[in-house]
Each structure stands twice: as C-alpha cells, then as structure tokens.
Design a protein. Structure first.
Length: 168
C-alpha cells in the first residue's frame, strides 16, 4: 500500500515529462528500454525510399552542373581565327574573360568578348596573370557565337612568341 502511494506521484511527473514540448524533438519518450519516438519513426522509412531520394538528389545536382557547361550558344564544330590587341582581362571564376580589339573588314576596330576556362583551371594548367596582359598582341582560335555577335569561346591562344597554348 505504501509503495503504490509513493509511486503514483512519480507516474504523474513521468507522464508530464513525456508530453512536454520543452525537451526538444529528439527526446519524445522517456520509457526505459525504448528508443525515442523520432528515431523509431525514422526506422520505419524503407531503405528503397531512402535510396531513391538520394539518387534523385544526386541526379538533380549533376543535371544542373551539366546544363551549365554545355555552351549551347557557341558553334562548337568550327573555329574562328582572330588577331588583335588585348583591351581587358578578367581572371574570374567560373570563367575568365579576355577582350580583344580586332580590325574589321571595313578597317574599324571591333572588340570581341572571349570566354575562357575558370581562373583556377588555367592556373593549374600553367597560365599566369603576366602571360595575358592588356596591350599584348595575340592570335586566337575560338568557337564563335551562334547569333553572330562579336564573342567566342576561347580554344587556343598564340602568344607574340609564336607558341600556341590551350585556354579552355
């Protein structure tokens, strides 16, 4: 009789603690020998569902990266040869930009925007800021824009010393 009398206030405190919102989401039960409810619910997720969700997340991430690097706005099957003077150089990520002033057919100068690889990629391949500077005269082979505007995807740069090097 005394034991039941002492036990009933403890049961009331225990039940109050189990329903308390103060504890946090990870402690949703206080029953000894049982996992918290949040963990038990996670265990009910089938392994196939979890694997399918992970595969879908990976494919979405890969598709967005692939779509960015497709370069659909350039003629990838042909090269344009240009020779001119560098007016601007921007060593940026994800793409470097070289602006080249080229004499047009009418003799008027035209500035071409040339898109290159990422600055980190170019540095890894041996390029430095001093190799491509404003005022240098260079020759390039690049893939032209489909809309005909003066822009290219850089393929190769031939420096003043005659050495051709890939810039993509």
């Amino acid at each position: 009789m005394i034991l039941n009398h002492l036990r009933s206030p403890l049961v009331a405190v225990h039940n109050r603690w189990r329903t308390s919102a103060v504890r946090g989401w990870w402690l949703t039960t206080a029953v000894p020998g049982r996992w918290p409810t949040a963990i038990r619910r996670c265990a009910l997720i089938p392994a196939q569902t979890l694997c399918a969700a992970l595969i879908a997340a990976f494919l979405l991430a890969a598709a967005s990266a692939w779509a960015h690097h497709g370069h659909p706005h350039y003629f990838r099957g042909s090269y344009t040869h240009l020779e001119g003077t560098i007016t601007e150089v921007h060593w940026l990520n994800p793409h470097t930009w070289v602006y080249l002033e080229v004499a047009g057919a009418d003799g008027q100068p035209t500035v071409w925007a040339l898109e290159g690889a990422a600055a980190t990629t170019l540095r890894r391949e041996g390029w430095t800021d001093e190799m491509v500077r404003v005022g240098d005269t260079i020759s390039v082979r690049c893939h032209p824009l489909k809309d005909g505007s003066p822009g290219c995807l850089l393929g190769y740069i031939t420096m003043e010393n005659g050495v051709e090097k890939e810039f993509d």
